[in-house]
Design a protein around this ligand. Structure first.
Ligand SMILES: [Zn+2]
Length: 212
């Protein structure tokens, strides 16, 4: 497996390229910005982009998805519960003082249980609402890898004070869907450094109490 994770945009969203080198196929998760850089990385690794997966419809994660689709022809997957947020892109741009990126509805909804690539890599969508209603995480069981979006961070959890946020739901999602994964699973959060399920189960101060 080829994996490249790098921050994009002013909010430094973690964008991840996952590639199956045998198949020459890749997925890109959360192309918030810096699309020319993402295209260069795909070319350098000789990977054809098959899917663009967006963990939730916040501007820093979804902002470049349509430009990347236009450059590659790859379909965009986003959970349909985040369509109202996608429709608020002008307002979201105002929150961070950025220009409003052009966005479009996804080609398919990233529903719980959906199998995803790249190539023969067997990834699965976990619907983990709370940061937003349509927030998803991506779990690659054989690779022991989780891409958590803005649901779980190293030592923290996603904010729930923006439209669609729900503090009870995010705790339920983390406790019931993420902390139940094997402790050695590596976690790529939506921002900041990597961590692991075991590390967060042990020491994340926001997860000391089980959710109601
Ligand atoms: Zn977010």
């Amino acid at each position: 497996m080829i994996r490249e994770t790098f921050p994009v945009g002013v909010l430094r969203c973690n964008c991840t390229i996952l590639g199956d080198e045998a198949a020459g196929e890749a997925i890109v998760v959360d192309p918030g910005e810096n699309i020319p850089d993402i295209l260069l990385r795909l070319t350098a690794q000789k990977l054809a982009l098959k899917q663009i997966i967006v963990t939730h419809a916040h501007i820093d994660h979804v902002g470049g998805a349509l430009a990347l689709k236009r450059a590659t022809g790859a379909p965009i997957l986003l959970n349909q519960n985040d369509l109202p947020l996608l429709a608020m892109m002008g307002e979201q741009a105002g929150w961070i003082g950025a220009a409003t990126p052009e966005v479009a509805p996804p080609d398919a909804s990233a529903e719980d249980g959906l199998r995803i690539g790249p190539g023969s890599l067997a990834g699965e969508v976990l619907h983990t609402p709370g940061h937003t209603e349509g927030s998803i995480s991506l779990y690659f069981a054989p690779q022991r890898l989780l891409i958590a979006g803005d649901t779980l961070f190293a030592g923290s959890i996603g904010r729930t004070d923006l439209p669609g946020g729900d503090s009870r739901k995010i705790l339920r999602s983390i406790h019931h869907r993420l902390l139940t994964l094997p402790e050695e699973v590596a976690v790529i959060p939506g921002h900041g450094p990597m961590t692991s399920i075991g590390q967060e189960r042990e020491s994340n101060p926001f997860l000391r109490q089980a959710p109601r």
